[in-house]
Design a protein around this ligand. Structure first.
Ligand SMILES: CC(C)(COP(=O)(O)OP(=O)(O)OC[C@H]1O[C@@H](n2cnc3c(N)ncnc32)[C@H](O)[C@@H]1OP(=O)(O)O)[C@@H](O)C(=O)NCCC(=O)NCCS
Length: 410
């Protein structure tokens, strides 16, 4: 047939032209099982999962059947990581094996440290993180393997290395020496030790551990989806995680906590809130740390992180920042609560991280130290029943096929 000789693009245009000519391109022509256009895929279900769910109207977040509050009270980051990855809480020996595995894989080599040192300060810390993870993937022996076991091994290795990489980025930005992981310490203890060069108090360690646990998984958010799209092509885990990091960098996703803190600090004090936020709302600016695509009530994670911000800022110079944040929350709920706009997890997390001693440019990389588990868990789960992601665009361009006009005649 003549059409067979046409290029892919040309043949698709031909079909579109035919459809328009036949007057078929309208919604009633769509077969019943077709999904109608949904901007940003909002509401579209593109995969099935047993990992967790969010009830955005009741304000619940559940990992593998466990409410987030009960995990924060009783579990640790490592145990919750096991739960997300393997579907149930581990026995003591399973948890010991899993934490040993993480410790054995937590070091990075000298070349990776050199790369981190070389690129530190050139651009955003998330760009450094993206480059570091991608770089490690270039010398992984498994980088080209696509079987489940290899993908799992790569995933565990990246989870293990994430705190080391992020702490190294922090120290490189500050021109400090790197600190190797200490095998006697837990995931979070090590992250703090490698970041600050000293152990933090039990209270601070526990709070950070809970914050990592709280951010570990959150439905099919943009970074998780980005990572799943890559793994669905049977690319390798390093590439999938690099994609997740790239998506998390954006201010509408992981970058919001850094911007939220900057905004709260720039307002400066509670009495300036109505004027400052009022002005931003008048000019249709989005207030960072508010609103959520899924939660239309108070984000359950934000409720917990707010208590940490309160606890950590008591009697410190950051107290005024916390009080300013409280005022912003009251003002925003009064103005926009009826639209379902409440603080999300990013609103108070920046204050908590800052009170622990992290600078704002580290906030989103810390998010990645946590979310890495959700990315790996969902990528692995998707691989067990893989189908390459391939949505479609609704074509709203020219309907007629045009004759090509040579450049000198345009
Ligand atoms: C997260 C976010 C992208 C969700 O967006 P969404 O579900 O598409 O929400 P919408 O944009 O449809 O918001 C509905 C209404 O609330 C307003 N709104 C939503 N978030 C707002 C915010 N943070 N500040 C001010 N107004 C906001 C919208 O302007 C819109 O108003 P309209 O009805 O007059 O058009 C959005 O709330 C946002 O950009 N928040 C700030 C960034 C942030 O904190 N991100 C972290 C998410 S965990």
């Amino acid at each position: 047939m003549q059409e067979e000789k046409l290029t892919d693009t040309a043949s698709r245009l031909l079909v579109i032209n035919l459809i328009f000519r036949e007057g078929m391109l309208n919604r009633s022509y769509m077969p019943e099982n077709e999904v109608n256009f949904s901007r940003g895929l909002e509401g579209v279900i593109a995969s099935q999962t047993k990992i967790g769910y969010i009830d955005g109207l009741k304000g619940h977040l559940v990992y593998r059947g466990y409410e987030i509050n009960s995990l924060v009270e009783n579990s640790t980051y490592e145990e919750t990581a096991y739960l997300l990855l393997y579907g149930r809480l581990p026995t003591r020996s399973e948890l010991d094996d899993f934490t040993s595995k993480l410790k054995e894989r937590s070091s990075i080599n000298k070349e990776t440290y050199d790369v981190i040192r070389r690129i530190a300060g050139l651009s955003h810390t998330m760009s450094s993180l993206r480059t570091a993870v991608s770089y490690i993937g270039t010398h992984s022996k498994l980088g080209d393997k696509t079987d489940y076991e290899s993908q799992e091994e790569m995933g565990i290795s990246i989870i293990a290395k994430m705190p080391t990489i992020v702490a190294a980025i922090k120290r490189a930005v500050n021109n400090e020496d790197f600190i190797e992981p200490d095998p006697s310490l837990s995931y979070t203890e090590n992250f703090l030790y490698q970041s600050f060069g000293e152990r933090k108090s039990k209270e601070v360690t526990r709070i950070l551990d809970s914050m990592l646990l709280l951010h570990a998984d959150h439905g099919m958010n943009a970074s998780t989806f980005a990572s799943m799209v890559v793994i669905s092509t049977l690319s390798d885990m390093y590439s999938a995680i690099t994609a997740g990091i790239s998506a998390l960098k954006g201010p509408l996703h992981g970058g919001a906590n850094e911007r939220a803190l900057k905004m709260i600090m720039s307002i400066g004090s509670p009495e300036k809130v109505p004027e400052a936020i009022g002005r931003m709302l008048e000019s249709k600016e989005k207030i960072m740390g508010f609103g959520h695509r899924v939660y239309k009530v108070y984000d359950p994670r934000a409720k917990i992180v707010k208590t940490y911000a309160d606890q950590l800022t008591k009697g410190t110079p950051l107290r005024k920042v916390y009080e300013t944040a409280i005022k912003i929350e009251d003002y925003m709920i009064e103005r926009l609560g009826s639209k379902g706009i409440f603080p999300n997890v990013d609103f108070y997390s920046g204050i908590a991280y800052k009170a622990i001693g992290f600078e704002p440019e580290l906030f989103t990389p810390i998010f990645a130290v946590s979310r890495i588990t959700g990315w790996v868990a969902r990528d692995l789960e998707y691989l067990t029943n893989n189908r390459i992601f391939r949505p479609r665009s609704e074509y709203i361009g020219e309907s007629e096929i045009k004759s090509y006009i040579p450049i000198e005649r345009r």
